[in-house]
Write a protein that binds this ligand. Structure first.
Ligand SMILES: [Zn+2]
Length: 152
């Protein structure tokens, strides 16, 4: 699934402008372009929509409603794509399963035969039982609770 996407022509109103400001000014948001580029650590106040350039841009309707190529490809094939929040891989259930599967795959003898590779891939994927998945979910919930409690 490869699709070329050409960027639209843009203009830089001021050669000295940097960051988000030129894009906001291009869209007629001169007042907002004077805000800070982003809140400290990209942690805007809950519900804020115009505290910083990042937040203003993120809340623009055309930005929010833009579908990714993956979403478009899934929809065209009749699938509904679900996107999970971006967390560290150690807090992502699928990454944990995938990591274990790759580990099992790598423990097999090296081979260049397609049949062996296919067998090893399937063995790696099959090694993730429902019980293992449940353990990963439990561990991730524990980690999230530990971190959450550390900041309260
Ligand atoms: Zn902000």
């Amino acid at each position: 699934m490869k699709e070329k996407v050409h960027m639209q022509d843009g203009t830089m109103p001021d050669a000295n402008s940097r960051g988000w400001q030129p894009f906001l000014m291009e869209h007629g948001l001169q007042k907002e372009a004077k805000l800070n580029a982003q809140c400290k650590g990209f942690k805007c106040a809950p519900g804020a929509t115009s505290c910083c350039c990042h937040c203003v841009l993120y809340n623009q309707l055309d930005f929010k409603t833009k579908k990714s190529l993956l979403e478009k490809a899934c929809k065209a094939r009749g699938f509904h794509a679900m996107f999970r929040p971006k967390f560290h891989c150690k807090l992502n259930f699928l990454e944990q399963c995938w990591g274990t599967s790759k580990h099992i795959y790598c423990m097999n003898p090296v081979s260049s035969k397609e049949e062996d590779l296919k067998h090893n891939i399937i063995a790696g994927l099959d090694s993730i039982s429902l019980n293992v998945m449940q353990k990963y979910v439990f561990i991730i919930i524990l980690k999230i609770n530990l971190v959450s409690n550390a900041f309260t």
